[in-house]
Structure formats: structure tokens, C-alpha cells
Design a protein around this ligand. Structure first.
Ligand SMILES: Cc1cc2nc3c(=O)[nH]c(=O)nc-3n(C[C@H](O)[C@H](O)[C@H](O)COP(=O)(O)OP(=O)(O)OC[C@H]3O[C@@H](n4cnc5c(N)ncnc54)[C@H](O)[C@@H]3O)c2cc1C
Length: 588
């Protein structure tokens, strides 16, 4: 078992020499890989030993960058947002976006050095084959702890390449694919995905961008309302071929290059950049297409179905991004709590602060477990389990990220609201996870109405979870309690799916399914780690999910404080929790 040891609480902290030392430190300067036992343990449980041995040093290196240079760059780029210019210096009407050098340096780290966009497609970082999904997402998880905005370009380039590979003809692949996977910044073609129009983002059936055939390509007329990575080189978008029916069935998928084969600019332009709440370093804008050349991908009329491949890949990436951002928030909150003194005590010694820290820890660990399970379902080709876990983690982890970011900001006190510290940026960035790739309600409907109701994907999920629970040495009655909760959660989701009049309960059903799933996963992970002589704290976290998120606590009765305090002490302490200690606590 991995035993890299520097932990948050052991970070050297000088004896205060001035009153400024009374301000709590942040996580800048820590190695985000080394301080994160959870990601190290879960990778050790799930990766092939050879892949683990190869990628650990790379992840450790990224952990250092994320806690250092990347964090500095992210804070700079967040403040110096991109500027849209409509003409070049010769007076040509060729719009371009000016970025702060910090953003360009972050691009070089993500695309150039690490090849996060390319690693699922071809060898990078000395590994002889494309990486298994969990490796790629581990890179994204660490990267997100400092920079959320650039993960959009990295991920959309990766997922656009997936669609071009899957649906493009030989000429389209030859035109774009190799360059989209390049790590040479002068050669690289970066991807983008423009789907949303003024008529709708959740419901694209009213979209009006029109495609007219012109020989071997098509020409696009109309506009797009939300275009992240507005100046990127290969844009995937939905358009309606002339004469196609109204509604979703009339939408087709196209690839639109920024530059044509002769190097000249394609006939579309960005007309405005969005002034965003968060993700401020990345340029999102509005575009107008005036006969822009585009190439049809796959079959006409199947655009939305094909585009959903990309949406689903992006949703899973969002699960890991939310888990990473929550980890950063939790670590920031622990730094404050362990170093700030109020009323004669270190904050972490105040009972209510301890409880608040647990409330940040729980959703962080849930998001990591469910995201990892989805990545492993992808690896195993268990498409049904992946089908339901993907919107489940996108929905719930994105929502939890908002509450955790706010809770971490509050733990830093007034400084948390000040833009010098990363908390304010984390609060702003977290909110975007709610909107991208479907709002909470849109994801909950996808989970309950489609994944459960139509595709019966919850049955595969329940089978996978029961197998997991059966295999892991989970103590006493706890295993059957978890198995019962999995059954109740899947039954309830099925009941809601079967009753059209119960639509308002889809979010509640999806949340229940997420909590039961995460509890089962964490218990199994904790027990398996314990069996290898490792830390069993995930068993305790599973119990807390039941108590805090699936319980029916009477609001006017006191909890069993002794038991809660003992669980809290075990979880806030860095020392590993033994199997015997976990069994005692679970029996309480
Ligand atoms: C910064 C930023 C960047 C973006 N970048 C891109 C991009 O690059 N490409 C792209 O295609 N899009 C992009 N988007 C658009 C984003 O995907 C949409 O905003 C999102 O999907 C919601 O669509 P909408 O804005 O049309 O809201 P609407 O769909 O109009 O939703 C309004 C409200 O209605 C609710 N609602 C809708 N349907 C239902 C229902 N059936 N039941 C219950 N409630 C419902 C929604 O939850 C929401 O609360 C971006 C958005 C932002 C903020």
C-alpha cells in the first residue's frame, strides 16, 4: 500500500514572529498528490501495478505543480481575463482573442507537457499505449484543484477527437485528428463544442443554425449563443440541414474548422465575449456563421444522439473536476482549522468546527468514489453501470461542490471572501458545474426517466454494487444494511420513473441513489484497503453517509455525541484507521 506521508497537519509552520503570522496559511506550496491519501489509495486499489508504478511519479510531479506554479498562474489568469479583438493589425476583419501570458503558460502545462487532451488516444509521458480512463481523470482531478477553467479546453479537445475518430470519414480524420492530439503548441488544433443557441441549451430542439450542402462540404448560416473556447480550431456543432424536419430529429453533427485548408479564415466570427461569474480565464463568446465551411460527421439527423457521446464524457470529467475542487476546499479548510486560533483554542478544537469539517469531507470523498467507479465501469466496458453513474456523479457532485466551496470559504472567515485567496475563485468556479452539460434538473431527468425508466441501467448498477459488497470483508451487520439501502434506493428511483406524475421527485430519487451508491462503494473500498493493511476510514465515511445523508434524524433529538465524536476524531486525525477500530466504531 502506498505510504507517501506528508500530510496537511504535519506541514511545518513557523513559530509566529509577527501579527501577520496569526493569519491562517493556505495550501500553496503543498504537493496536492502527496497530501491526498484518498486518491493514492483508490488508484492503488484500481490500477494495474505497472500503470500505477509508471504514473505515480508523473502524478506526484503534477501534485507539486498544482500546489505551486499552476496555482499562481491560475490566480493571475483569473484576474486578467481575455480580450476579443475584431480586426488584426492589417485591418483584416479576423477576430482574435488576447490572453494573459499566465493562461498561455497553463496551456503549455496541460496540453504541451502533460498531454491531458491526448493521453486517451495515443502514448504520452513514456507510457506505450493510450492510458486507462482512471489515469487521465486522476490528472484532471489534480489539475482542477488549482485551475478549473482550462479543463474545459483540455477536455473538449479530448472528447472532440473521440467524436471525429468515431464519426468522421477518412478525409475529416486526415484533416484534423493527428493535429488535435499533438503536444506541439504550434501544431495543435484545439477543440470546442457549440451546441447552445438562444432558443435553448437544455432543449436544443428549437435550434435553427442551418446547413446547406456545397459539394463535399456544407455551409453554415445562423448563430450560436454560448461558445466556450470561442477561438479554438475545430468546433463540433449541431445544425439543421436544409429541408430537415423540426425538432431533435432534424439536427446533424458537423466539424467546423477555424481556418480552411488554404490557411484563410473560415466564414464565422466571434461577436462578443461573455462576462462570466467564474471560469474567467477561458474565453466563451457568441458567434455568427456566415456561410462557414463545415463537414458532416456520421449520419444526418443523428446529430444529437452522436453529440451525447461527448456530453457524457464531459459529464464524467465534471465528476472528477468537482471531486478535485472539493478536495482543494477541504484541504484549505483543514489548513485554516489547524492553524487559526479563536477564543483561546485552535479552530479545529471547537466542536461545531469539527462537525463542519466533516460536512466538507463527506461529499468530497463521495464524489471521488463515484467518479472512480464510473471510470472503472468504462474500463471494464460495463456500459449500463457507466450510463447511470455518469449523470449521477455530474448531478450530485456539481451541487455538492457549491456547498463545499461556500463552507470552505466560511472556514477561512473574512479572508475567504477576499480575492487574494483561492476560496473566492473556487466559489465562483463551482457554480459553473451546475450549468454545463445539463443543469441539475436536466441531469436528474436523464437519470430517472431515461437511465432508470427506459434503459433499466439501475439494475446493472445494483448488481455491480452487490458484487462489490459481497467481495469486500465488510464487518458485521453493516454489509446487509448497505445492501438493503442499495435496493431501497434503486426501487425508489424505479417507482419515480414509472409514475409520470412523480416527476418533481426525480432529483430526490437521484440524490438517494447517489448516496446509497457512494456508501456501498466507500464501504467496499475501506474494507479492501483494510484487508491489505491500509487505512479503513472509507468504512467510517460510508457510515456517515447513512447517518447524515440517508438518515431520518428527528430534528428535535440529540445525536449520540460520544459516537459522533469518536468517528469525527478518527476522520480528522491523519493516522490510519485500523480494521479493528473501524469495526468498533461501526458497531457504535
Ligand atoms: C460560461 C458558460 C459557457 C458555456 N459554454 C457552452 C459551450 O461551449 N457550448 C454549448 O453548447 N453551451 C455552452 N453553455 C450553455 C449551457 O450548456 C446552457 O446554458 C445550459 O445547458 C442551460 O441551457 P439554457 O441556458 O438554455 O437554460 P434553459 O434550458 O432555458 O434552462 C432554464 C431553467 O429551466 C430548467 N429546466 C429546463 N428544462 C427543465 C425540465 N424539463 N424540468 C425542470 N427544469 C427544467 C433548467 O434547469 C434551468 O434552471 C455555456 C454556458 C455557460 C454559463
Amino acid at each position: 500500500m502506498n505510504s507517501v506521508s506528508p500530510t496537511l497537519s504535519r506541514v511545518a509552520f513557523e513559530r509566529p514572529t509577527s501579527r501577520s503570522d496569526l493569519i491562517a496559511p493556505d495550501c500553496r506550496g503543498l504537493n496536492f498528490w502527496s497530501v491526498d491519501r484518498s486518491i493514492r489509495d483508490l488508484l492503488a486499489l484500481n490500477l494495474e501495478p505497472a500503470a500505477l508504478a509508471h504514473f505515480e511519479p508523473h502524478l506526484e510531479r503534477l501534485g507539486g505543480i498544482a500546489g505551486g506554479r499552476l496555482d499562481e498562474l491560475a490566480m493571475q489568469a483569473d484576474k486578467r481575463t481575455p480580450i476579443l479583438h475584431f480586426r488584426d493589425r492589417f485591418g483584416r476583419d479576423e477576430d482574435w482573442v488576447e490572453y494573459h501570458p499566465a493562461y498561455r503558460e497553463m496551456e503549455r502545462i496541460g496540453f504541451g507537457e502533460l498531454g491531458i487532451h491526448a493521453m486517451s488516444h495515443r502514448p504520452v509521458l513514456g507510457w506505450p499505449a493510450p492510458v486507462t480512463p482512471l489515469v487521465k481523470y486522476a490528472f484532471q482531478y489534480l489539475f482542477a484543484q488549482s485551475e478549473f477553467a482550462l479543463l474545459c479546453p483540455l477536455s473538449v479537445t479530448d472528447t472532440s477527437a473521440v467524436l471525429i475518430r468515431k464519426y468522421g470519414d477518412a478525409a475529416v480524420k486526415a484533416r484534423f485528428l493527428d493535429r488535435m492530439l499533438s503536444q506541439d503548441m504550434d501544431v495543435l488544433l484545439k477543440g470546442a463544442q457549440f451546441m447552445t443557441e438562444k432558443a435553448g441549451g437544455s432543449d436544443v430542439s428549437g435550434n435553427a443554425l442551418t446547413a446547406r450542402q456545397a459539394g463535399d462540404h456544407w455551409e453554415l448560416w445562423g448563430d450560436k449563443w454560448f461558445c466556450s473556447c470561442v477561438d479554438h480550431d475545430v468546433v463540433l456543432l449541431l445544425a439543421r440541414c436544409e429541408g430537415a424536419p423540426a425538432g431533435n430529429a432534424g439536427l446533424s453533427l458537423f466539424a467546423m474548422p477555424r481556418r480552411l485548408d488554404d490557411g484563410s479564415r473560415n466564414r464565422y466570427r466571434a461577436v462578443r465575449l461573455k462576462d462570466k461569474l467564474g471560469s474567467r480565464s477561458m474565453a466563451a463568446g457568441e458567434t455568427i456563421m456566415e456561410g462557414a465551411v463545415a463537414y458532416l460527421l456520421g449520419e444526418a439527423g443523428r446529430g444529437l444522439k452522436q453529440m451525447m457521446d461527448q456530453v457524457n464524457l464531459s459529464r464524467l470529467s465534471h465528476g472528477f473536476r468537482a471531486a478535485g475542487m472539493m478536495r482543494r476546499c477541504l484541504n484549505e479548510a483543514l489548513q485554516v482549522a489547524r492553524h487559526r486560533t479563536t477564543f483561546g483554542r485552535t479552530v479545529i478544537d471547537h466542536p461545531m468546527a469539527r462537525r463542519q469539517l466533516l460536512k466538507l469531507m463527506l461529499p468530497t470523498e463521495q464524489a471521488l468514489s463515484v467518479s472512480v467507479a464510473a471510470a472503472m465501469a468504462m474500463t471494464k466496458g460495463d456500459d449500463s453501470t457507466l450510463r447511470i453513474l455518469t449523470p449521477l456523479v455530474k448531478y450530485r457532485a456539481s451541487r455538492d461542490n457549491v456547498a463545499v466551496a461556500t463552507g470552505a470559504m466560511e472556514m477561512r472567515g473574512g479572508n475567504g471572501y477576499i480575492e487574494d485567496w483561492s476560496n473566492a475563485k473556487l466559489v465562483r468556479d463551482a457554480h459553473l458545474g451546475l450549468l454545463w452539460e445539463g443543469t441539475s434538473s436536466v441531469n436528474a431527468l436523464d437519470i430517472v426517466r431515461r437511465a432508470v425508466g427506459r434503459e433499466r441501467a439501475h439494475e446493472a448498477l445494483a448488481t455491480a454494487l452487490h458484487e462489490d459488497l459481497g467481495r469486500a470483508p465488510i464487518p458485521g451487520q453493516f454489509r446487509s444494511r448497505l445492501a438493503g439501502l442499495v435496493d431501497r434506493a434503486t426501487d425508489f428511483a424505479d417507482t419515480v420513473a414509472r409514475q409520470p406524475e412523480a416527476e418533481a421527485s426525480c432529483r430526490r430519487a437521484a440524490s438517494g441513489l447517489y448516496h446509497a451508491t457512494s456508501a456501498a462503494l466507500m464501504a467496499s473500498e475501506g474494507a479492501r484497503l483494510g484487508a491489505q493493511g491500509g487505512d479503513t476510514r472509507r468504512l467510517l465515511l460510508a457510515r456517515l453517509v447513512i447517518d447524515h445523508r440517508l438518515g431520518n434524524a428527528d430534528p428535535f433529538s440529540l445525536p449520540d455525541h460520544r459516537h459522533e465524536d469518536a468517528m469525527t476524531a478518527a476522520l480528522l486525525d491523519d493516522a490510519p484507521v485500523s480494521m479493528e477500530r473501524a469495526a468498533e466504531l461501526l458497531a457504535g
